[in-house]
Design a protein around this ligand. Sequence first.
Ligand code: ADP
Length: 475
Amino acid sequence: MFIDGEFRDARSGATFDVTDPATGDIIGSVPDGGADDARDAITAADAAFAAWSTTTARSRSDLLYRAWRLMDERAEQLAELMTREQGKPLRASRAEVAYAADFLRYYAEEATRVTGEWLPSARPDQRFLVLRQPVGVVAMVTPWNYPISMLTRKMAPALAAGCTLVLKPAEATPLCAKAVFEIFADAGAPDGVVNMVTALDPKPIGEVFTTDPRVRKLTFTGSTAVGRHLAGVAAGNLKRVSVELGGHAPFLVFPDADPVRAAKGAAALKFLNAGQACISPNRLYVHADHEDAFVSTMVERVSNVRAGNGFEDGVGVGPLVNEAAVAKVAAQVDDAVSHGAEALVGGTRLTGAPFDRGHFYAPTLLAGVRDGMTIYREETFGPVAPIITYDDVDELLDLANDTNYGLAAYVYTQNLSTAITAFEGLRFGIVGVNDVNPTAASAPFGGMQDSGLGREGSHEGIAEYLETKLGGFAI
Ligand code: ADP
């Protein structure tokens, strides 16, 4: 754990092990913190707030620039650690580290652009001044699927705004989190400005984060069920809340799309991080006229995706995070097949050496998916591409919007009117039009409905950590 400028053990002295999901090997151990440790970290963050929030924007920017340079210098070792701890292919880990570093650089820039306003007043002798100030101590809870970038996406804007913070990383990936805090320590973050508590059982920490009056904001990325619970408790205590939750992304191949290009995009997108992403496409809607071209391209692409240890060359899909994740994927596929879907590629767990030591599911292509199957509505978080064939294009947006989620959607069309109509009509926070990677540090990321509240990245991302204060001055 990292509290008040030093790496520390848990008060109880307890630790827990971290394993490699590809091999089951134990690769490290970290402190198993509890409620007392979380309170110690909040005490440190609270004590550091007065000084940090009143430093100049330029000095906060400088800290983020130093952290960015260190992350860039350490990129290869961070990527290797990520592949070992989280399992994604090394190439994908490198891409994530670059994405994570981008948040440090972007908010180093944005730190110096927080401004106020001088507004028209109600009386001739009055002046209105609007000041934007940091909200205070921020509690952060992060997931295991993107174990470095999900930290910098929260930490960088909070620090740029002048907040201090306490972060609890996911229990599956605390080593990546520790490496991020080593960067901030080496970059010279003042004591207490950034703090981290690791724990095997997140509940007591979540309880402290949502009830301690010194915490002014909670930001969470993870499942909808946990996010809903934590946001509810935090909101009950009138803390600010941002939550980035699950998704069930539709991928719409319109009749005026190029089906081969769309299939190539879908195959590239679906297997990123073994499908363990909240913006992973979960419903591929293909017009009947394009079915043959789309499906045959997908079959060829998915058949060529190799599963295995992320350190091996040519591996496109690593292990899933744990056994429960494999069981969930298997149950969804089995349910779909028992209701009439067909597994054109994959459709099974991967067994035998070397897969038995880790948690692997075969890259899978399902055709004939329909409403009524579990996979049609539940998030999969696995390497399964479900194809739904449709006939009536006028119903397509309604089909896509028929979900409680609202994070990402994808559209393939070559017609500008179709693109604009779909962009406007989809009830999702992020829409990729002929684009399978609509994310960047400069772009607002976030969802509607059960996919969350608030945005991360872009100038909107820093606003989540700022309060507005109005000054009325009589002269
Ligand atoms: P997933 O099912 O993808 O693991 P979770 O929502 O369970 O997603 O986990 C995301 C993050 O939320 C992790 O850091 C996890 O430890 C944390 N978490 C889970 N339950 C709680 C809780 N009750 N209080 C605080 N954090 C929690």
